[in-house]
Write a protein of this length. Structure first.
Ligand code: GLN
Length: 310
């Protein structure tokens, strides 16, 4: 196998030539202006080596990838009580779907669809003011990545607030079942701000290291979460991380992965690497078109699928 640096450089060059790049999300106005030709990839290996290609140092809106970090925080603070208010099944529906909430008593199928992540935001809010909860998420992500430069993009957060009609509907609907415990404006304030986190591929791959390393941040040796919970988060990323495209992503890539409508994907090769890709064009399911293709090629060339015999 050629070295990882070569593989990544080849993949970035191939993606620059790709004819079908998908469509940039435009339902959040602040995302519609992002250049669709951007492409970045960063791979942090278990020994800490970091390989990058393309626009891997440019910050983009991580959007739903933040749901991995908020779930980790919620599990750390209230433990398995999380599962009393959110399920662990793939939804088979779009990220912003409301349909299952009516028949399932306001309990979202999993923490990675919008409804589930809004419930998780409500848990993190706890007894805090929204500003404190947002600060807690930001500090957590900065400490995972070991980088203070990570920030919340205020323009993206404001745009989400102004146009997030479906998320407002989801939150109100769940509140009617008692599964949102705060005023919806407060809970959604936390959710919109976490989605507006701006990070580069390098920062994101660094932040994901604990998921490749059994819950331990390999840079500090500190436990972020228990090994069992790290395994379970990876399982949820594999089964639910790409919404109604999760089966297709597992079929093609075979790694736990979490996408966001900003065009990023965080993928974990347990024991081997934490990988972040970014290409803003999305497929029909709202997942990065070239991001998935780049990961498919990376896994093909490295043999990193979790379904590969070791
Ligand atoms: N902030 C986006 C929303 O709530 C996140 C969706 C996503 O990245 N899939 O609609």
């Amino acid at each position: 196998m050629p070295g990882l640096a070569t593989i990544i450089a080849e993949i970035a060059a191939e993606m620059a030539e790709a004819p079908h790049r998908g469509m940039v999300a435009d339902y959040i106005p602040a995302l519609a202006t992002v250049d669709p030709r951007k492409f970045g990839i960063a791979v942090v290996e278990a020994d800490g080596t970091c390989h990058m290609a393309g626009d891997a140092d440019e910050a983009f809106s991580i959007q739903s990838i933040s749901k991995v970090f908020s779930l980790t925080l919620a599990l750390g603070s209230i433990g398995d009580k999380v599962w009393e208010r959110v399920g662990r099944e793939p939804s088979g529906t779009a990220f912003n779907s409301i349909v299952q909430l009516e028949t399932e008593a306001g309990i979202p199928r999993n923490p990675f669809i919008n409804a589930g992540a809004i419930v998780i935001a409500d848990m993190i809010l706890g007894n805090h003011a929204p500003r404190e909860a947002i600060g807690e998420i930001l500090r957590f992500v900065r400490s995972l990545a070991g980088e203070d430069g990570i920030f919340v993009d205020g323009a993206v957060a404001a745009a989400e607030q102004e146009t997030g009609f479906r998320n407002i509907a989801l939150a109100n609907y769940m509140r009617a079942f008692g599964n949102i415990r705060h005023q919806v404006e407060l809970t959604l304030g936390v959710y919109f701000n976490q989605c507006a986190l701006a990070m580069s591929c390098r920062q994101l791959a660094l932040a994901g290291r604990y998921l490749m390393a059994g819950g331990i941040n390999p840079a500090t040796g500190h436990s972020v979460i228990s090994p069992r919970r790290a395994r379970r988060i990876n399982a949820l990323m594999m089964t639910c991380g790409h919404y109604d495209g999760s089966g297709e992503f597992a079929f093609r890539v075979g790694l736990p992965g979490k996408s966001g409508v900003g065009g990023g994907i965080l993928a974990i090769a347990p024991g081997r690497a934490s990988i972040a890709v970014w290409s803003p064009g999305l497929n029909a399911r709202g997942n990065s078109q070239l991001g998935a293709l780049a990961l498919e090629r990376l896994v093909h060339r490295t043999g990193w699928s979790v379904f590969e015999p070791v």
